[in-house]
Design a protein around this ligand. Structure first.
Ligand code: 8QM
Length: 406
């Protein structure tokens, strides 16, 4: 292991030797989150030489102050001002205004409420068919046979991808989400076979590969309209393919996991289906698919008595903020009636998840279809974690659905 990085002299704050990208941390982050939240509002992680924040107030505030905590130097551990990015930077996640404002406008129009109304019917038919299938099977791996299946069925179709090669989508997302962290063994393993996967993804982003009318093709319509240039268009399609799958797969897996552990909450939702949509926010708060993101300071900034100097990486623990008792009483309790307003699982501020309506739609439809058919969800074995530097991810979740008596 390399030497601990000393705290910059200007800063006076607690120093922690915790490695948030170690296997132990990633497998079970919550007791580490407790430690990090309690050592102070800002701390120094000397394994990497970065600052961190794990309390809700500071994480939320940093996310809303893009002028001070910028994204243009990368949302991962690497500072783009110092090292070249692993992939060409995202024109959405890894840019600041004014570029961000322009690209974001295009994406939020394509993924708008009106767009959701257009895909809702198709998504519903597929959610219902999948629910029939998994309930008939009874015992399934809820990751492989449900959580991965649904987004991979509906979203690439909505984007307008060809059918061939879609098996590259999850490995690509896995790489990118790992690449926001350090180049540890988890990252290296995920990029071992990167070349053909990355090539396939980039090939799908060009206009001629995308079905007219789909979300991807609509990005190119914005190029025609002169809103974005060609490189931006291709990279925005890539953003859809990066951000739209692993996140929703884990969102669905985490939802099934949460309800399997809390049968009373599943019953409550069946008694009152109006709880379905808001239950997803509680799933996101309780098990946030995106656990962390970095920002980079653009100036010296004082936070609760600590001066973070300009040009430092700050690791924002979204998952820890969402379990901060200062914001959410009894944060460990999964309670779908909670209405966890202010959770930061979708971020906050100008970079707040632009695809969240798609995620919300997918989860609403899959939960609705399952609720009509499933009496109880039981875990038949311990879930197997899939370690990822950014995502709270399950590799396998063996469950049994007991069908409702009709
Ligand atoms: C995470 O490439 C991108 O634009 C992009 C990649 C990953 C995300 C967002 C955007 C937050 C889901």
């Amino acid at each position: 292991m390399t030497q601990p990085v000393p705290l910059p002299v200007q800063a006076a704050c607690p120093v922690s030797p915790i490695d948030p990208f170690s296997d132990e941390f990633l497998a079970y982050p919550y007791r580490f989150h407790d430690q990090l939240r309690e050592i102070g509002p800002v701390f120094w992680l000397d394994t990497y030489g970065v600052f961190g924040m794990a309390r809700h107030a500071e994480v939320h505030a940093a996310l809303s102050d893009w002028q001070t905590y910028c994204s243009g130097r990368g949302a991962g551990i690497e500072d783009f001002a110092k090292v070249k990015s692993w992939r060409p930077p995202s024109k959405l996640l890894e840019v600041d205004p004014p570029v961000h404002t322009r690209t974001r406008t295009v994406m939020s129009r394509i993924l708008s409420p009106a767009a959701m109304r257009q895909v809702r019917e198709t998504f519903t038919v597929r959610a219902e068919a999948l629910a029939d299938d998994v309930v008939a099977k009874g015992r399934i791996d809820a990751v492989k046979e449900l959580a991965e299946v649904f987004p991979l069925h509906v979203f690439p179709d909505a984007v307008g991808l060809r059918p061939e090669g879609r098996e590259n989508l999850l490995p690509f997302g896995n790489m990118v989400f790992n690449s926001f962290g350090p180049q540890n063994a988890i990252f290296k393993e995920s990029v071992a076979n990167a070349k053909p996967v990355v090539q396939w993804i980039y090939d799908q982003c060009s206009r001629d590969m995308l079905r007219p009318g789909g979300f991807g093709s609509q990005v190119w319509d914005a190029f025609d309209a002169g809103e974005i240039d060609a490189e931006e268009a291709a990279t925005l399609v890539r953003s859809m393919l990066t951000a739209g799958l692993d996140t929703t797969v884990n969102g669905i897996a985490n939802a099934i996991y949460a309800f399997a552990q809390h049968p009373d909450q599943w019953r409550a939702m069946r008694d009152d289906p109006s709880l379905i949509r808001q239950s997803f926010d509680e799933v996101l708060r309780w098990e946030s698919p995106v656990q962390t993101f970095f920002r980079t300071t653009t100036r010296d900034v004082e936070v609760e008595g600590t001066t973070i100097p300009e040009g430092h990486k700050v690791l924002l623990f979204l998952g820890a903020a969402n379990r901060d008792h200062r914001k959410f009483p009894e944060p460990e309790r999964f309670d779908i009636r909670r209405r966890p307003i202010g959770h930061v699982a979708f971020g906050n501020g100008i970079h707040t998840c632009v695809g969240q309506l798609v995620a919300r739609l997918e989860v609403e439809l899959i939960l609705t279809a399952l609720l009509k058919r499933v009496d109880t969800i039981t875990m038949t074995a311990e879930p197997v974690r899939k370690l990822n530097n950014t995502l709270r991810s399950i590799g396998s979740l063996p469950i049994e659905f007991k069908a409702l008596a009709h």
